[in-house]
Design a protein around this ligand. Structure first.
Ligand code: SF4
Length: 354
């Protein structure tokens, strides 16, 4: 086995091979250090000095990425810019709520190929998928910034997680490993722009995470204009995949509805949304669009949002409406930018546990 970039997201056997270990228990010791966020071999004090030096000589550090910039805001949110082993840069966000629960918002790709017209990340285009270890390392870096243990994860940063499903599932398994970080699947949310095939795969592999879907509109034609993914999986195919997922998971689905001024906030959109939601147990999360330079949208006024909210109420659509928090640290991506709101939503509504 070639020396890997990172020891994260490796099995014990893979660590044994990567470091030419004689005993399997040494891999277990190393994994325990990694779980605690210790990646400098010289600090792994229960290994022999000779081994520590050998491992450091072989691969430098057990972690492949570095934090190159940190931003914190008054709400306790933090955003990190992280340089990967090949020089690519991604972002990860930490949010802590008033109950001191900490959530990590993780990127799954460098850039994104989905081309949502309201999203800043889309303008970067797609660079590459992240590997599972690069997803897990974001958590490790964020944990170092947090006074509290990070207990909740959302795949809502840069990129579309279900366009990188294999590595995202592998990272979920690593996060969930009872011998490692041991994070409950119920505390992980995958947020997708609507890749129905990815939802079907999560379902087939019984990856029992929560699901959030960025819908933006239930008007099929309008959605195809706003989100090219709708030409591959239209709103009917998307809904079929969600119903099948919900049948197995039994979990309520979050529908992210990014409010675009004068675009998706009228009566027609409200009625179409009500129709589309029929038969789904879902909560609509209303998120006013966060301005991003160069994109042809506006944030709706409070009056416009109020009108849309009244329509939803009249139609009996369950919704949440969050006012912006943590906007001082703007996200890299349209979805990440709004996710500071949305993270708050997840923190506040994560009620089917404990
Ligand atoms: S909103 Fe999400 S899926 Fe759409 S382009 Fe942006 S990062 Fe990609």
């Amino acid at each position: 086995m070639n020396t890997p970039h990172s020891l994260y997201a490796l099995s014990l056997d893979e660590i044994v091979h990567a470091l030419d270990l004689e005993k399997r228990y040494q891999a277990r010791q190393i994994q325990e250090w990694l779980t605690k966020g210790v990646t400098d071999f010289s600090q792994m004090t229960n290994l022999s000095k000779a081994d520590r030096e050998r491992f450091a000589f072989r691969m430098g550090n057990a972690c492949s990425s570095n934090v190159i910039e940190r931003q914190h805001d008054a709400s306790g949110a933090a955003k990190l810019a992280i340089a990967l082993h090949d020089g690519a840069i991604i972002e990860a966000v930490l949010l802590t709520d008033e109950r001191a629960r900490a959530t990590a918002c993780l990127s799954s790709q460098v850039g994104c190929a989905q081309g949502c017209t309201f999203c800043k990340t889309a303008t970067m285009g797609f660079v590459r998928n992240l590997e599972a270890f690069e997803i897990v390392e974001q958590y490790i870096h964020l944990q170092r910034e947090s006074a509290e243990a990070i207990t909740h994860l959302v795949f809502m940063g840069m990129g579309e997680p279900l366009a990188n499903t294999s590595e995202v599932i592998k990272s979920i398994e690593t996060f969930h490993d009872p011998n490692g970080l041991n994070i409950s699947l119920r505390r992980m949310t995958v947020s997708t722009c609507g890749l129905a095939a990815g939802i079907e795969r999560l379902n087939a592999e019984r990856v029992a995470v929560k699901l959030a879907v960025s819908l933006v509109t239930a008007d099929n034609r309008l959605r195809s204009r706003l989100m090219p993914v709708n030409k591959r999986y239209n709103i009917h195919e998307l809904k079929d995949a969600l119903i099948a997922f919900q049948r197995v998971s039994g979990k309520r689905i979050t529908i992210e509805y990014c409010l675009l001024g004068g675009v998706n906030t009228d009566e027609v959109n409200a009625y179409k949304l009500a129709d589309w939601l029929e038969g789904l147990d879902a909560l609509v999360n209303l998120i006013p669009w966060n301005p991003a330079e160069g994109l042809p949208y506006t944030t709706p006024s409070e009056a416009e949002i109020d009108r849309f909210v009244r329509l939803l109420e009249r139609l009996g659509i369950p919704y949440t409406r969050r006012r912006s928090r943590g906007q001082a640290i703007d996200g890299a991506c349209g979805q990440l930018a709004v996710s500071l709101n949305d993270l708050e939503y997840h923190l506040l509504t994560d009620d089917d546990e404990e």
